[in-house]
Design a protein around this ligand. Structure first.
Ligand code: HEC
Ligand code: HEC
Length: 472
């Protein structure tokens, strides 16, 4: 009997060995690989993708990044002194532990418990905080693109920057769109300012500036960068905004495998990722909205609003009034334009480093990258079958209505992107790895967290165990 088993075992081992050899052999042949590279290179050339956007930063800026100014910006970014309630900072909603995304599907601002991660508690605002990594290259900011550089170049202010009232075009003297943007979070009452301070936006910024100026370390550091401040001139909010923008210039992480590939390292992508990249960029698929050329700055977004009909997540605890008769909707761009045609429109998400996001879409409806991608191809099924069961408990109120939203997304539903399951897997693989710069991983950003900040207020508690969506 034992002999029979031994013979059987040996036979099995031989069969397994031969099968795995055949399997290995059945990968793409050198000729097939060469053809794949030829196609992908042609596609990338046609889309004007260079893989050199990261190194273009200082050329676009027209000067080197100033490390001293960026350092003041870093400390301010992490310092709750910028919050009139002193309980939040930029880093509270754009945490290094989640690659400068928000840690919650719908962000929590003032009234939080000091944690940045799944255990963050407090009233929810309305939307997910997108990553600040690479935001230096975005010609328009926010989910409804309401902050915009009129030249469609964030590095150029010659045609002005447009913001909603009351700022309007008044921030157009800032050097870069991010500097102009930095005027807004500190006056947002649900994000950083709170309800108790009396005064308009200018009064709030003046108060924040007064507090920062009152701290010796900040005055000294600003004095090292700006001669007039060293000479006794008063600090202005502009200085704070410049510093915050300068810090964000240091958050460019745009050297992903696709970039290396485009620069000629043909081994930087696997065959599956190459096939996925070709499908992504070919025809009227992903690459038509997630554009790379021209003002897309190789960021994979047209920065234009579209109705993707993402399920309407609703918090049980919020300090905002949601839209619609049931106060359970987000009308998106319509909030800015007042036009019904803009209802449910949100800008195309830039796609670099999405694998490091804890959730996806404007309201974090999905916690897995794969679901966010599959949603595009089966919109109706995904919306109708949606349950917020994977979201934090405080975001599990009954989801808002979807009929009107699906109706606006009609073309996607009637005429969905056609990808076979096999190709779709390759596309997911491409987005997950091909667009991911390892230097944007949470661990690679941990060094940016200061041990203490000049105000002496507590630095938030960053949870580095938060689950990221690229893994599922
Ligand atoms: C309460 C959480 C919160 C705080 C605090 C906060 N943000 Fe944000 N941030 C958000 C959310 C949410 C959005 C998107 C909002 C929208 O589109 O309606 C956003 C968007 C942005 C964007 C645009 C990014 C893009 O992809 O368009 C930038 C830049 C930004 N924030 C920088 C900052 C800076 C700098 C600070 C500190 C001065 C800050 N934020 C503080 C939540 C926050
Ligand atoms: C019609 C334009 C359009 C096309 C085509 C398109 N997308 Fe999108 N995509 C969007 C918009 C708009 C959003 C954000 C929607 C929202 O949050 O409401 C988005 C969001 C995403 C997200 C989530 C990113 C994040 O930060 O939350 C991923 C991933 C994504 N798209 C990948 C793809 C892939 C892969 C394809 C091709 C299969 C594709 N998209 C095709 C418009 C498009």
């Amino acid at each position: 009997m034992r002999v029979v088993y031994t013979v059987l075992f040996v036979l099995l081992a031989v069969v397994a060995g031969v099968t795995s050899l055949v399997w290995m052999r059945s990968g793409p042949s050198p000729e097939e690989l060469a053809a794949l590279d030829e196609r992908l290179q042609a596609v990338l050339t046609a889309r004007e993708f260079t893989g050199r956007i990261e190194e273009a930063l200082e050329t676009r800026l027209g000067r080197p990044v100033d490390p001293e100014l960026a350092e003041v910006g870093r400390l301010l970014f992490f310092d709750p002194i910028l919050s009139l309630t002193q309980d939040n900072s930029c880093s509270g909603c754009h945490g290094p532990n989640v690659s400068f995304n928000g840690s919650q599907p719908i962000e929590i601002g003032v009234g939080n418990n000091g944690v940045v991660g799944p255990e963050r508690r407090g009233p929810h605002n309305q939307r997910r905080a997108p990553t600040l990594i690479n935001a230096a290259f975005y010609p328009r900011l926010m989910w409804d693109s309401r902050f915009s550089s009129n030249s469609l170049d964030p590095f150029r202010n010659d045609r002005g920057f447009t913001f909603p009232a009351p700022e309007g075009s008044s921030l157009s003297d800032m050097e870069h769109l991010l500097g102009a943007q930095a005027f807004t979070p500190v006056v947002n009452r649900v994000e950083m300012a709170g309800e108790t301070f009396e005064g308009d936006n200018d009064a709030m910024r003046a108060e924040v500036t007064r507090r920062v100026e009152g701290i010796d370390a900040y005055r000294r550091m600003f004095g090292e960068v700006f001669e007039d401040i060293a000479g006794g001139a008063p600090l202005r909010y502009e200085h704070i905004a410049w510093a915050l923008a300068e810090f964000q210039f240091t958050l460019v992480r745009a050297d992903a495998p696709l970039d290396a590939y485009a620069r000629g390292e043909l081994d930087a992508l696997t065959p599956a990722q190459k096939r996925g990249a070709i499908a992504f960029f070919t025809g009227d698929g992903c690459g038509e909205c997630h554009i790379v050329r021209s003002f897309g700055n190789e960021m994979f977004s047209d920065f234009e609003p579209h109705v993707l009909a993402v399920p309407q997540v609703v918090p049980t605890v919020t300090n905002m009034t949601f839209d619609g008769p049931g106060a359970d909707e987000d009308y998106g761009l319509e909030q800015q334009t007042g036009s019904y045609e803009d209802r449910y429109k949100f800008r195309t998400s830039p796609l670099r480093n999405v694998a490091y996001q804890p959730s996806y879409m404007h309201n974090g409806a999905y916690v897995c990258l794969e679901d966010a991608i599959r949603h595009h191809l089966q919109v109706s099924e995904y919306v109708r079958g949606y349950e917020p069961s994977e979201l934090p408990r405080t975001l599990r109120a009954p989801v808002g209505p979807y009929a009107a939203m699906l109706n606006s997304a009609q073309t996607l539903i009637a005429d969905p992107m056609q990808l076979s399951e096999e190709v779709l897997r390759d596309v997911i693989e491409f987005v997950r790895h091909g667009l991911t710069d390892p230097d944007a991983a949470p661990e690679a950003l941990r060094y940016l967290i200061p041990a203490t900040v000049p105000s002496g207020l507590p630095v938030h508690d960053f949870d580095f165990d938060a689950k990221l969506g690229g893994g599922c």
